[in-house]
Design a protein around this ligand. Structure first.
Ligand SMILES: Cc1ncc(COP(=O)(O)O)c(C=O)c1O
Length: 386
């Protein structure tokens, strides 16, 4: 793996300069890269409102940056809500994007001024109607992009179009304002065609509701799913945008609804490098040829998306020479704390304890996932550079 495939020389030098000053494990985040990704998204999707999925990386510095760039925010809980509000984001820039929420949290958000909620079931809709009267709601559809997404979101969220129809009709009866539909085709979705399938379903519902119920929906939330740069190549975001724009026009002609995006991974994934240190290199028997490389960050220290070896981070090491396959594992006393065992990474034969391994593209879903005290290890530290 060549670092230049992922970062320019200057970007890497900036990361490295910071990494050299800090203890491992540490996540170094480049705000400049996030700014560029945000500006690219605005250029590629000029007609969309971008709601940053705060869960991807809730660091104050990132929220402030995106606030100043005019982003909107998708929050999953009142705790994210409080954080975003405390940083000066007004509630009209916030969408409560979790279909699973306590009624008292809906009320809390409503009392703070939030007026946009997702739902995917009647019981949740009723909670919203009681505790957020008159709010705008959109209904999340089930879509299945799990075969081609590296981090699928499965059937936990969304509902069948038939049920979405009923929820929208009921929302209106309950005095809510049903404005549209949402879906998430799965995170790090490699098949752009998944958006086409979802938009076809959405269009069908738009037409049915207008024809039968005189309810004219006006918004579609295309979710996240846009890619960061991991080992397995994807199309560039630009390609996603041009294809999706085409699907929108194919489906809706000149009457394209308002579009929301909820990017997490594609906005902040590339911005981070997780700097780790080799704690131990060992073998399991005198004759066993496989080296086990244990490092100071693992599944509980920010690299949870290596579950099932789903996300394959590019790993950089500053040693040349012959490489051999290894098993890579984290530092905790839990046997599931193995990062890559089936996908064998090749690391230099002369790798030594104390060497650093740099996990590229770790800006999303790392720090926020790291445990608070498992085995006594503190949460992953995050440092920022421009
Ligand atoms: C509701 C919702 N929106 C947006 C996102 C962000 O998706 P991604 O990181 O693929 O951009 C997620 C991710 O889990 C989500 O649950």
């Amino acid at each position: 793996m060549e670092i230049e495939e992922y970062y320019s020389r200057e970007e890497w030098m900036r990361f490295k300069a910071k990494a050299d000053q800090v203890e491992t494990p540490s996540l170094i985040v480049s705000l400049g890269i996030i700014r560029r990704r945000f500006e690219e998204l605005l250029t590629f999707f000029p007609y969309a409102k971008i709601y940053y999925a705060v869960k991807a990386n809730p660091a104050k510095e990132i929220i402030e940056l995106l606030r100043d760039l005019g982003s909107y925010f998708d929050i999953a809980s009142i705790f994210e809500l409080d954080k975003v509000l405390s940083l000066g984001v007004s509630p009209d820039r916030i969408s409560f994007g979790n279909t699973i929420k306590k009624e008292k949290h809906i009320k809390y958000a409503y009392d703070k001024g939030v007026r946009l909620f997702v739902t995917d079931s009647k019981p949740d809709l009723h909670k919203v109607a009681r505790s957020a009267p008159g709010a705008d709601v959109f209904v999340r559809l089930i879509v299945d992009g799990s075969e081609t997404a590296d981090w699928p979101l499965s059937f936990k969220f969304g509902c069948h179009p038939d049920m979405a129809y009923d929820i929208i009709v009921e929302a209106k009866k309950l005095g809510l304002n049903p404005i549209g539909l949402s879906f998430h085709v799965g995170s790090q979705q490699r098949d752009i065609g998944q958006w086409d399938d979802a938009l076809t379903k959405a269009k069908y519902l738009f037409d049915l509701l207008e024809g039968e119920e005189k309810i004219k929906l006006k918004m579609i939330n295309l979710g996240g799913g846009f890619p960061a740069h991991y080992i397995q190549k994807t199309n560039e975001t630009k390609e996603y945008a041009s294809e999706i724009s085409r699907y929108l026009h194919d489906n809706f002609g000149d009457d394209v609804p308002q579009i929301m995006l909820e990017p997490g991974r594609s906005l902040v994934g590339d911005s981070g490098i997780l700097t780790t240190e080799v704690v131990l290199v060992a073998r399991k028997s005198n004759s066993n040829l496989t080296r086990w490389v244990y490092i100071d960050a693992g599944k509980f220290g920010g690299l949870i998306e290596t579950i099932d070896e789903s996300i394959k981070y590019p790993i950089h090491v500053e040693r040349d020479g012959k490489r051999e396959q290894v098993v890579l594992a984290g530092p905790t006393c839990d046997s599931m704390d193995i990062l890559y065992e089936n996908n064998k990474y090749e690391l230099p034969v002369n790798l030594e304890m104390g060497d650093r391994l740099y996990f590229l593209t770790t800006g999303a879903y790392t720090a926020s996932y790291s445990s608070v005290e498992f085995n006594g290890f503190p949460p992953l530290k995050v440092h920022f550079i421009e």
